[in-house]
Design a protein. Structure first.
Length: 331
């Protein structure tokens, strides 16, 4: 009996030790080169997470590999577009959007070679694009608004980070990519122009932080603290006195220059927590609503066989956490 009790006691101690280890593990966030996500580097470098009592680890990837890492269980959260949170979830990595960082306001571009002056001029032309990702959705939206369909162009499946090289090689007439890739493509081909961008459809592409349901349930208070720091980050970026330092920090993370990153920020419409909360709370169709925008992305994903089963977009959104973070930030 004593032996059994000892084994049970040791078992409980082992479980307690495991629980303690799990509790002590940092929140791991997979992110990539997008201004709304690189902005968090300010909080990292300034030690604001530690000041808030948070242990976080940011994991740097190219965009698609960041989703792969999240799907493989290597991260508690991933920074993606709202449409790609659905893609990740439909492919087995369920997630919940806890906040919006921004919406693309020009950084996602369709760049065409010299001689092509409008979107309509792309009829019959080749476009380098990563099929199934958000630029594909933007292209279809652009074609529709200009009286064209996907059948009017030829898509050349190209990883987004390779679009500048493919464009420069002359293999395609245009590319669709986000910054910094779109900017690099324009520099690579003199005289190239932007014939359509995300600024033509605000809210088509929201950028979000998506967390595993398990991590959110176990560490909700920590995620609230995390999100509550966002307005502090934005204030540092927007304040003329601290903006140069913020740009220096963001540029260093990406291997860019502060001047280049200032331009990238110009194509990103950052959302304060209050503005993000309004978009999350909005109901019905339309791009001023997260559910409305995500419904458009869901339709695109199913139609283009990105995944087979239509997703319940509302099930991907935590409608309360951003509001909780706003209250926490005021304390």
């Amino acid at each position: 009996m004593k032996s059994s009790r000892r084994l049970l006691s040791l078992g409980f101690l082992s479980l307690a030790a495991l629980a303690s280890t799990l509790a002590a593990a940092p929140l791991k966030i997979a992110y990539s080169d997008w201004p709304g996500w690189v902005a968090w580097e300010v909080a990292v470098q300034k030690g604001w997470f530690k000041d808030a009592g948070l242990d976080v680890e940011f994991l740097w990837f190219e965009y698609a590999p960041s989703m792969d890492a999240f799907t493989a269980g290597k991260a508690d959260a991933v920074m993606v577009t709202n449409g790609d949170s659905l893609v990740t979830g439909a492919n087995g990595a369920k997630n919940t959007v806890i906040m919006l960082t921004d919406y693309s306001n020009g950084n996602d571009m369709i760049v065409a070679k010299p001689g092509i002056k409008s979107l309509k001029d792309l009829k019959g032309k080749k476009i380098g694009i990563e099929v199934g990702l958000v630029e594909h959705l933007m292209l279809l939206n652009a074609l529709k608004k200009n009286g064209l369909t996907e059948a009017d162009v030829t898509l050349v499946n190209t990883p987004t980070n390779q679009t500048p090289q493919v464009f420069a090689s002359g293999q395609v007439d245009a590319i669709a990519a986000w910054q910094p890739n779109s900017g690099q493509a324009m520099k690579a081909v003199a005289g190239s122009t932007t014939v359509y961008s995300s600024a033509d459809e605000p809210g088509l592409i929201y950028d979000v932080i998506a967390v595993t349901p398990q991590s959110l349930a176990q560490h909700r208070a920590d995620w609230v603290k995390f999100v509550a720091l966002w307005d502090k980050v934005l204030a540092y970026i927007n304040d003329p006195a601290t903006k140069p330092d913020a740009l220096k920090i963001m540029a260093a993370r990406t291997g860019s220059t502060p001047a280049d990153y200032a331009a990238f920020i110009g194509g990103t419409h950052f959302l304060s927590l209050a503005d993000g909360a309004k978009v999350i709370a909005a109901k019905g169709p339309g791009f001023n609503s997260l559910t409305g925008s995500s419904a458009v992305a869901n339709e695109f994903n199913v139609k283009n066989a990105v995944y087979k089963q239509s997703q319940d977009v509302s099930a991907y959104i935590d409608f309360k956490l951003t509001g909780e973070a706003i209250k926490a930030a005021k304390k």
